[in-house]
Design a protein around this ligand. Structure first.
Ligand SMILES: *Cc1c(COP(=O)(O)O)cnc(C)c1O
Length: 389
């Protein structure tokens, strides 16, 4: 019997259990050695000098916006085809997201269209490696440099990947990873800011910790206003507990193995779905080292969003997870209301988002399960075709 196959499932081994237990038996449950080790592991994997662990990817993006001084009246150029957090962080600081339509192959912001969206109010470009695909990140970086704008890299879907030998997380002045349970590695909830910029790292460390001065920064100790309650700036509680960092350390130590397993699953899907003419498979550029986040396929042009949704429902009836990844951000109700966006504003992103669907994807998905998912998908597609003719 094959049980329900979910969209995603975390992969927790004895290594994680051992490290979490070690933390629980220690006296340090927050701000300790696990956090330091986790920060080092992620920063070095991304080829950056600093890592700042935070409570979520969204919190990391929020701090990145603040550290770059983005605020009310500013514009940030970004993609409408992403998880909503990559755009919400722009709203958190009172700035305006200016969307750029996507490339239909990479599904990332189309570099050809970025410059047309830049105005005198533009303060940053926020690029996302959608579904882990870093293709053309060097072009986003070059455009940002040409216009003297910081590039913020929402790397929440791409830990471990690379483009032309350059790691995901190393393209932006600031990059942010996310560790929600469906990501390549998880800390339950969590995120990390990585950067080479000492000031940005210091400011983010302070802001995640209620705006406290960073230890060792030469602030005089005063008997009346000790370091513990000295707050240099408006800060937040965006700290990541030691238990969560222990999960992250254990997962980072076997990241190579995790990414390899995910690649095997992706390759198996490709083999099984290659011959289905109505399915477009994800394309991996020859210069891309893909760190697979999800496995998202796209139905051919003639399919409608309603047909796609019925295919997803059909998968669910067979106890198989499937989901529409992603609905466009500009068409979310509060974005439409606030900024006046309407269908047709970003036609490539909309046409892609009407026809994409994510299939179950996680490290321990078995070959039998992948086979069952693929067969069921083909069956659901044939049913829709029967209805049409
Ligand atoms: C997962 C993700 C985030 C961060 O999500 P959190 O749940 O806050 O950790 C941000 N941007 C993108 C594109 C994501 O996929």
């Amino acid at each position: 019997m094959i049980d329900e196959i979910p969209l995603s499932r975390p992969d927790i081994t004895d290594d994680e259990l051992r490290l979490v237990e070690m933390v629980l038996r220690s006296d340090r449950l927050a701000g300790g050695p696990m956090m330091e080790e986790f920060e080092e592991l992620v920063a070095s994997r991304a080829g950056r000098r600093h890592g700042v662990a935070v409570s979520s990817g969204t919190a990391g993006l929020h701090l990145a916006m603040l550290a770059l001084g983005i605020g009310p009246g500013d514009e940030v150029v970004t993609t409408p085809f992403s998880f909503i957090a990559s755009s919400n962080c722009i709203l958190f600081v009172g700035a305006k997201p200016v969307f750029v339509d996507i490339d239909p192959v990479t599904l990332n912001m189309d570099p050809e269209r970025i410059e047309a969206a830049i105005t005198p109010r533009t303060k940053a470009i926020l690029a996302v490696e959608v579904f882990g695909n870093p293709t053309h990140m060097d072009r986003c970086r070059a455009i940002a440099a040409k216009h003297e704008l910081p590039l913020i890299e929402d790397a929440c879907e791409g830990l471990g990947g690379a483009w032309k030998g350059r790691s995901i997380g190393s393209f932006g002045r600031v990059a942010v990873f996310g560790f929600y349970p469906n990501k390549q590695i998880t800390t339950g909830e969590g995120g990390m800011i990585v950067t080479d910029d000492d000031t940005i790292a210091d400011v983010c460390r302070s802001m995640r910790n209620q705006g406290r001065a960073i230890p060792g920064q030469g602030q005089p100790q005063s008997s009346t206003l000790g370091m513990a309650f000295r707050h240099d700036r408006l800060g937040y509680n965006y700290r990541l507990p030691e238990i969560n960092c222990a999960l992250g350390v254990a997962q980072m130590r076997r990241l190579g193995d995790i990414l390899e397993k995910r690649e095997i699953v992706a390759n198996e899907y490709v083999q099984l779905l290659l011959d289905t003419s109505d399915i477009l498979l994800p394309t991996v550029d020859q210069h891309t080292r893909m760190s697979w986040f999800v496995f998202v396929v796209r139905l051919a042009d003639q399919y409608t969003a309603e047909e796609r949704d019925r295919i997803i429902q059909g998968m669910h009836r067979h106890d198989i997870g499937a989901a529409a990844y992603f609905p466009c951000i500009h068409l979310q109700p509060f974005y439409r209301e606030r900024f006046g966006y309407a269908p047709g504003d970003f036609p490539v992103a909309e046409s892609v988002s009407h026809r994409t669907l994510a299939l179950p994807f996680f490290n321990r998905l078995t070959l039998r399960e992948i086979d069952l998912v693929s067969q069921t998908l083909k069956l659901m597609i044939s049913r829709e075709n029967l209805k049409r003719t």
